[in-house]
Design a protein around this ligand. Sequence first.
Ligand code: HEM
Length: 334
Amino acid sequence: MAAVAAAGADRELKVGYYENTCHDVEKIVKSIVINSVKADRGKGSGLVRLLFHDCFVRGCDASVLLEKSEVNRRPEKDSLANIGLRGMDVIDAIKAAVEERCPNTVSCADIIIYAARDAARYLSLGGVDFAVPAGRLDGVVSRSKDADVFLPDPASNLTELIRNFRRKNFTVEELVILSGAHSIGDTHCTSIAGRLTAPDSQIHPAYRSLLVAKCGGTVVGPSNNPSLVINVRDEDPQAVARSMPAFLPRLRKAKDYLDNSYYHNNLARIVTFNADWELLTGKQARGHVKEYAENGSLWNVDFADALVKLSKLPMPAGSKGEIRTKCSAVNYHH
Ligand code: HEM
C-alpha cells in the first residue's frame, strides 16, 4: 500500500533534509544538471521556468510533471500557459539515478528545486546561488485549469501582474526581480503576438521589425508558431544585422547567460513580452527596473532570495502528498 501523507503549509522544510537518508542527492542532481546544460543550455532555462510553473500552481509539489492519465485527462501540462515547457527529461534522469541510490526517499518536488538552483548557478557563472530547503512531498492533483488561473499571461498589464503575484504573497519588487529570469530562454510567436503591432512607445521599432521577420508577419497561430530567443543578445547575427545592426556588438557567443541584461533591454524597449514592457508603466516597478539595471550583483542576490521564497510555496491546506516513484505519474493507490 502506497503511503500518502499530509502535505499542507505546516510541513517544515530544512536545508540538508536528506543528509542521513540520501547523502549524495545534491551531488547527483548537480552532475546531471551540469552535463545536460553543457549539452543544451536551453535545458537550463527550462529548469528555471519549471520551478516557477510548479510552485505557482498548488505550491511546489511537482504537479507540473504529471502526464495525462485515465483518471486525469487534463493535467497542468495541457494548459496553454505551459507552452514550451522543457527540462522534464532532465528531472526524469535525475529521479532514476536518485532512485537507484536511495529508493522511495527523495521527492520530485525537491528535485525540481535542486535542479533549478543548479541550472541558475551554472547559467549565471555562480552569481545566483542558494541553499535549498527540502522535505517537500509530491502532490496527487494536477489540473490544467489551475495553471490557466495562476500562471501569468504574457499579454498581462501591470495591474494584472501585480494582482497575480500578490495572490501568492509576492511584492511588486519581487515581481520585477523574478521577471529578470527573462534574460534566458526561448519563446514562441503566439506568446508575443501583441508585440508585433505595438506602438514605438512600447517597443523599439528595430526590435519590432526583428520580431516580425522572425514570426513571419503579424498572423501567428498554433499551426505557424516559430520559436525565438527571449534575449535579443542571443539572436542569430544575420537577423540582428538585418533589423537592428546597431545591436550587433552586443551579441553574445554563449546563449542563455543569466544576468541583469533583462533590465537594460527593458529600459531600451527591447523585451519580448508585453508583461515585461508593462513593468515600465508604474512608478514603483520602473524604479526597480532601473535599480537592477544599475546593480547586477544586487540582482543576483535578490533573485536567489526570490527563488527560495517561490520554492517555499506550500500545497493547499489539507492536500495529500507522497514520494513518487516516477515523476510523471502518481503512485498507485489501493
Ligand atoms: C512575470 C510574469 C511572467 C510571464 C507573463 C511569463 C511568461 C513567459 C512566457 C510566455 C514564456 C515563453 C513561453 C513560450 O512561448 O514557449 C516564458 C519563458 C520563460 N520564463 Fe517566464 N513569465 C513570467 C515570469 C517568470 C518567472 C517568475 C520565471 C522564473 C523565475 C520565468 C522564467 C522563464 C524562463 C527561464 C523562460 C524560458 C524557458 C525556456 O527557454 O524553456 N518567467 N515566460
